[in-house]
Structure formats: C-alpha cells, structure tokens
Design a protein around this ligand. Structure first.
Ligand code: ATP
Ligand code: MG
Ligand code: MG
Length: 547
C-alpha cells in the first residue's frame, strides 16, 4: 500500500519520536468558550486529534477560559457536543481556569526573580511608551519597583483593592526588544467580573500569553499547534517556560483555514446571531458545526473535507465547493431516495380511473445494497415540476411537451395530449394518457423514452415546507472588504417554498437525509411538527451555483 507523504507537522512529530525525544505525543484542542465551533475549528480538531490517531499519544480538550466577560457554560456544552459528533474523544477535559492558583503562584515566582512588576500606568500610557517596530520603547516609571513592593501590590490586586484598569502585572523583559510582544508584556489585569466557573473568587485574570503556554506545560503538551497569528508570541511562550523552569512544550504554527462566502470568526458569527441576521448559532446557513449539522452535513463529510484541505503554512481561502463536493459524495451513498415536487404543475392521466390508487414499488437507494423498497401511490391526478413541461419544447428538451412521451419514475410512460391555461395564459393543467404495458419493471411496450420525471400524487401527497439555502454572503471574502462585513450579506440566502412530497416522508426522523430525486439532498428540520414537515436543502445534486 502506498504511503501518503507526511505533512510538515507530521514530519516534525515523526522526527521527535524517532529521535527518542518523546515516547508519545500530547496535543490539545484549546477553544475559548465564547461561541460555537465553526468549520475552521473542525480543521483544528481534525488536525490535533488526527495526529494522535496516527502517532502514539493522546489529545486533551482544554477550555481556554481566561476572559470572564465573554465566556459561558452554554458554549462549553455545545463545544463538547460538536467534537463528539465529529467522532473524536478527548483524553482529559481541562479548563485554564483550573490553573488560576498555579498561575498566580508562577506570577509570584517571576516577581521574586525580579522578572515582573506592578504597573500603574493606564493602557493608553502603556501603549505610548511601547514604541514602534522601528523605534525602541521607553521604560515605565514603575519598572524599578522593589520586589517587596511588587509582591505587596500584586497581593492587593488579588484582594480587590484596585478598580478595573488601574493596575497590571507586566513581565520585565526589554523595552527595546525587536519583537514588540517582548516589550514588557502584560501578564495580569484587574477585572471585577463573574467567571463561568470560578464565580467571584478572582478579580485578576491572566492574559492569554500567561495562561496558554503555562497550561500546555502543566499538561505536558508536546506539540502545541496554533494558528499563524501566534507566531510572534512564540518567543514569549518560550521565555516564560524558561524563566519558570517548567515543562518545555513546543508551539508550532499552521495556517488558519477560511472558507469563501462566509466568515469564520466567532466574534463575527456572534454579531450575526445577536443582530438577528440568522435565527441562531445553528441556523443552517451558518458555517458552525451545529449549523452544518442542521443543514444535513454528516460528520464524515466534514472530516473528509478537513483531510482534503490538510494543513498549510500559509493562509488561503478554501472554496466552499469542496465542502459541498464532500457532502454530495457521502450522501449519494447514504441518502434514501424520495420524490418531492417543489414547484407543482397538475397532470391528469385521463385513461386512469378516478378514485383509484395503485401502489407502486420504488427502490430506496440504488447505491446501497439491501436498502429495500417503499410503496408510492399512483393516482389519476399527479404533480410534476412546472419546468418539466414546455408548451413549445426547446431543442433537446426530453421532458414533457405536447405530443411527447416521458417516463414517470417507477411508474408508467405517459404521453402529453393537451394542456389547459388560465386567464393569464399560464399553463395550469396538462392532460396525458398512460401507455399500456409500460409499467416500470414489467415494461413490454417496446417504447424508449429519454426523459424520466419525478412526480407525486395530488391526493396522496404530503404538503411540506422546504427551505432552500444559498451563500450567506454575496462576496467571497466579506471579512476582508471595506466597511462592515454585514453589508455583504446575501439578501437571498434563504428561500422558503411550499412543496408536495410522497407520503413515505411522513416517517422521516429529524436529521435524516434524503435525496429528493433530481432536486438535491434534503434533511428533516427540527422545526417540523406532526402537522407540518419542514425540510432543509443540504446541497443541490450538482454544482449549479457558480455562473
Ligand atoms: P475565532 O476568531 O473564531 O474566535 P479563535 O482562534 O479565537 O477563533 P479559539 O476558540 O481560540 O478561537 O480556537 C480554538 C482552536 O481552534 C485554536 O487552536 C485555533 O487556532 C483554532 N482555530 C480557530 N479558527 C481556526 C481556523 N479558521 N482555522 C484553523 N484553526 C482554527
Ligand atoms: Mg483564541
Ligand atoms: Mg477569538
């Protein structure tokens, strides 16, 4: 069997294992519980969990919850649910907030070593003294406080003596450092805010840079994978680990994955939810895992997509067409076939008796062995799609037209005899006759027709609501446009229509996927009730969007 070549992360790990640096690796997926996971997170999940499937070791789930004001337990639960749904299981469930005591102790160690000080300047003053990438910064007037004074002030910060924003703890590194992040970065800030797990126990909170690497280290994470924007943070990550003398985790950067025609930022997605541009985090138009699930995406299709895009060192935009390709591939094999008419036009089979119902057999899925059959009711009046009839047929139009024949799927060949128009000149009824001995499976008519149409009985069919989705944004890169990204929302991203489907669909369960013949893949939505079926279109059968 041919081995797929290793990507750059796998190469690093392979080398570390071969050299004996590690016996096993430890990775982590570190979401901040401030929103629902999106497709970019799925890529990071597949990466982190995928590496420990491929190599000996395990992956932890760590909630990076050091921002009390944006985080919530609702998000913690949704994140766990989404990871499990994708098919991954973590070794340990951890929270950065569980390390608040330890981190506080680390801060004291730094103060005692003369490597951290309490700053009284405001954030504006700190920014002014920071310098620019080409000019060195200036030392703060509080930089040379004694160790004793720093210890006392830091203790008071923790006790709640100072208001928000009045004091910070800063690392004492180098205000002339070429890396701006090394110019005495802030380690702690005062924030009197309730935390989703620690409640009101703390009024100082560690900054990302003073929590992430330390948490990695406490968990003996060997390879800490993060997105490219953290590249300049690596120097600080290593500096803190070295000064504290703790387990040396290694940060390695990879490129963030962005999908076109959507946004992959929890902050932006939260705005869409809060401002009512979508119905919620699980709106089927959202690029969230919960939105994709409700839309009808399978875990396998998402993991397949993430495997196909792999990892990269440079940022690039991925075409949503690839994601759609992956779900089509999966659903073509799995989805049960049903007939639903989205834009009905009545057809009367004039030589079929009124009031009679013939139950015809149709296979559930030709791509799947043993998928079985279901019965479909055939009656004198049926619906076909409006665009499956043309009064004056175009060239190579093999569907219904005056004098032409078509096959009705799993039923008979019919011939169009005439049609009826309303006062506006719109065709409202097509009259056809059924060809004797042309029943599917026992056709002895000897007639060959090119077109096969799906259809539904007008009297036995089920009315249903269908939600057709289009791109959430009208442009490929809404986040990269001038002005507000929300100005680029696609006003036609949702179309709700009334359709009629075959009666077997009343047994559909929520989340079940179907191929509506010739129309695409659909799934039953949670808004369905016993009185009313609602289906979401997951994706069309072919990519007929880009024009
Ligand atoms: P967002 O801007 O959406 O909030 P984030 O990076 O702040 O993204 P985190 O909750 O911190 O969100 O992300 C958890 C993990 O997922 C991090 O390791 C992060 O690097 C990774 N991740 C987030 N977005 C993407 C993306 N678009 N592509 C790949 N990995 C991502
Ligand atoms: Mg983050
Ligand atoms: Mg974020």
């Amino acid at each position: 069997k041919e081995e797929k070549s290793l990507n750059f992360l796998e190469e690093i790990i392979d080398k570390d294992l071969r050299s004996g640096k590690y016996d096993q690796i430890v990775t982590r997926f570190p979401p901040e519980p401030n929103g629902y996971l999106h497709i970019g997170h799925a890529s990071s999940i597949c990466l982190n969990f995928g590496l420990t499937k491929k190599f000996p070791g395990y992956t932890n789930l760590r909630f990076d919850d050091t921002n009390p004001t944006t985080e919530d337990t609702e998000y913690v639960e949704s994140i766990k649910n989404d990871i499990r749904w994708l098919g991954f299981e973590w070794k340990n469930e951890l929270f950065a907030s569980d390390y608040f005591d330890t981190l506080y102790g680390y801060a004291i160690q730094l103060i005692e070593k003369g490597l951290a000080y309490v700053e009284d300047s405001s954030s504006e003053e700190i920014a002014l003294l920071k310098g620019t990438p080409t000019e060195p910064g200036k030392n703060s007037p509080y930089r040379d406080r004694s160790i004793a004074e720093n210890l006392a002030l830091f203790a008071q910060m923790k006790e709640g003596v100072f208001p928000d924003g009045s004091k910070t703890l800063r690392a004492k590194i180098d205000m002339a450092h070429t890396n701006m992040l090394m110019r005495d970065p802030i380690l702690y800030r005062v924030k009197h805010a309730h935390h989703h797990r620690t409640g009101d126990a703390w009024c100082i909170y560690p900054m990302y840079d003073f929590a992430h690497g330390q948490s990695d280290s406490l968990e003996t994470v060997t390879h800490s994978l993060c997105t490219l924007e953290f590249m300049p943070h690596r120097e600080l990550y290593n500096w803190l680990i070295e000064q504290l003398g703790i387990y040396p985790s290694r940060q390695i950067e990879f490129a963030r994955r962005n999908l076109n025609y959507t946004v992959t930022s929890k902050r932006k997605l939260l705005q869409l939810v809060k401002e009512g541009h979508v119905t919620g985090w699980d709106d089927p138009r959202m690029p969230t895992i919960s939105g994709l699930r409700r839309r009808g995406y399978t875990p396998h299709s998402i993991v397949d997509f993430c495997d196909r895009i792999g990892v990269a060192r440079r940022e690039n935009m991925i075409d949503v067409g690839l994601l759609e390709f992956c779900i089509r591939e999966d659903l073509n094999k799995l989805a049960t076939r049903r007939m639903v008419v989205l834009d009905p036009l009545k057809v009367v089979i004039t030589n079929f008796p009124e009031g009679q119902t013939e139950w015809l057999t149709s296979e559930n899925n030709p791509e799947m062995v043993d998928s079985g059959d279901r019965l479909v009711p055939f009656t004198r009046e049926i619906f076909i799609e409006r665009d499956d009839f043309m009064e004056v047929p175009a060239k190579k139009y093999f569907r219904l037209a005056p004098g032409k024949m078509v096959r009705l799927k799993s039923a008979y060949i019919i011939q169009c005899d005439d049609f009826v128009k309303d006062e506006n000149g719109e065709v409202v009824q097509v009259n056809c006759s059924l060809i004797e001995n042309s029943k599917s499976g026992s056709d002895t008519s000897g007639i060959n027709v090119k077109g096969t149409l799906h259809w539904v009985s007008t009297t036995e069919g089920l009315p249903m609501e269908i939600r057709l989705y289009d791109r959430l944004f009208a442009v490929e890169d809404a986040a990269g446009q001038e002005g507000d990204f929300k100005d680029y929302l696609n006003p036609h991203s949702l179309q709700v229509i009334e359709a009629i489907g075959e009666p077997a669909l009343k047994d559909a369960v929520e989340g079940e996927s179907f191929q509506f013949l010739r129309k695409g893949y659909f799934t039953k939505d949670k808004d369905s009730s016993p009185e009313r079926l609602v289906f979401n279109r997951t994706v069309t059968l072919r990519d007929n969007w880009a024009k």
